[in-house]
Design a protein around this ligand. Structure first.
Ligand code: GUN
Length: 297
């Protein structure tokens, strides 16, 4: 029987362990605070940001929300980030991506104070991760690492294939998998849109992490018998539903499930973990800035 890895259950466990960290901070007079910045009319981005705010409220993290008109220039967004950097009640800053095409993403991510960069996208934090001394692990790859551990999938000595080379998931995921640390020590291959024969790479993998952003790119014929399959994709495809679309992953679930030993569903797999690890990083940011030690889960 293929195991279905339940992201909601693992995320609930992490959130409940974070409660005692928040209590420790509260008793030292510190309420963790997260600022979310939205500069987009995209419905999916709006949904993600409101899910993040709701999760903060449930854990006792104060959330501040900044919404900018998507036609504003980069400077206006940078000024808003300066204000949040200077606000002592804000311990974490998350600028929801993607940003409009005219915005200089790099300038924006570099403007966030690195100790408030709960996404872990600032070059200083990306560098610390590559150096093997992560401060804030990017939320989705960190969540995947926790999902694998919770499913008793030991990556040490295994062949892992990451499909996708984004700065948000693919690259930091590969960096975590090659670390000489728990949840790492995997022989890791990163595949992308120019990979000559994707199926040939994924079929030999013990762990496949699909983060390409293409609906059902990977089917059962591309999965080796007994592999673990982690599906990061959340793709809206047209469908005869009330909303006019349905969500599908980067993996064709049924055919991949027939081959895999363990697999994450979409939704209910990686998604809830991304939010749980954002809460984790926000609590960690508050702990660092207030110099109040907490026992992170
Ligand atoms: N858009 C998609 N994933 C992410 C993420 O992890 N962080 C931010 N800020 N934006 C995203």
């Amino acid at each position: 029987m293929t195991r279905i890895i339940d992201g909601n259950e693992v995320a609930d466990g992490i959130r409940s362990e974070l409660e005692s960290c928040v209590e420790t901070l509260e008793s030292a007079g510190v309420t963790p605070g997260l600022a979310t910045v939205l500069m987009s009319d995209d419905g999916a981005s709006e949904t993600y940001v409101s899910m993040k705010q709701r999760a903060c409220a449930e854990l006792g993290i104060e959330s501040v929300h900044a919404e900018l008109d998507p036609t504003e220039p980069t400077d206006v967004l940078l000024e808003r980030i300066d204000d949040l950097n200077a606000d002592p009640a804000v311990h974490g800053i998350l600028v929801q991506l993607p940003l409009p095409d005219h915005i200089d993403d790099r300038a924006v991510l570099e403007r966030i104070e690195p100790t408030k960069d709960v996404d872990g996208f600032h070059p200083e934090n990306a560098g610390l991760l590559v150096a093997g001394e992560p401060r804030f692990k990017p939320c989705t790859p960190h969540g995947i690492q926790r999902l694998l551990a919770a499913a008793d999938v030991d990556t040490e000595g295994k062949d892992a294939v990451v499909v996708g080379r984004s700065n948000i998931v693919g690259k930091p995921m590969a960096n975590l998998l090659i670390q000489k640390a728990d949840g790492g020590n995997a022989t890791t291959t990163v595949c992308h849109s120019r990979t000559a024969d994707l199926g040939e790479k994924t079929r030999q993998a013990d762990v496949v992490i699909a983060a390409a952003g293409y609906p059902e790119l990977i089917d059962g014929s591309m999965i080796g018998e007994g592999a673990t399959v982690i599906d990061v994709g959340v793709n809206r495809v047209e469908a005869d539903t009330e909303k006019g679309y349905e969500l599908v992953g980067d993996v064709e679930f049924e055919s991949a499930k027939a081959k895999a030993d363990a697999i994450t569903p979409v939704p209910g797999g990686v998604g809830p973990m991304t939010i749980a690890m954002l809460l984790y990083n926000t609590v960690k940011a508050a702990s660092i800035q207030a110099d109040v030690p907490v026992s992170l889960p």
